[in-house]
Design a protein around this ligand. Structure first.
Ligand code: SF4
Ligand code: SF4
Length: 91
């Protein structure tokens, strides 16, 4: 299953990712982080396409995207990290 992880302390609560997700899979969280923001969080829906639009627009590099990969004889099934286009490294 594709999924995202949002770094709770790094998120500044701008919600650009909320607007960017075409599947509406990100929402404002209800808990304050140490900086006094309400970080975004993934919804319970499981229809993420791992398009990485959310991670691409995040100005704080707080989102990691994981895409499900199918098992092959040489490799076990699992999730691999997706690097947003145009971003070489963050943090
Ligand atoms: S775009 Fe980044 S900083 Fe802004 S709400 Fe989303 S995760 Fe937080
Ligand atoms: S990777 Fe794409 S579908 Fe998944 S949460 Fe981010 S913007 Fe939405």
């Amino acid at each position: 299953m594709n999924r995202i992880e949002i770094n709770f302390e790094r998120c500044k609560g701008c919600y650009l990712c909320v607007d960017a997700c075409p599947k509406h899979l990100i929402e404002q969280g209800k808990e304050l982080n140490a900086c006094g923001y309400y970080p975004a969080r993934p919804t319970a829906e499981t229809t993420c396409t791992a398009c990485a639009l959310c991670a691409t627009v995040c100005p704080d590099c707080a989102i990691e995207v994981f895409k499900e990969v199918e098992a092959t004889p040489a490799k076990a099934a699992g999730a691999s990290k997706v690097q947003p286009e145009g971003i070489k490294s963050c943090g």
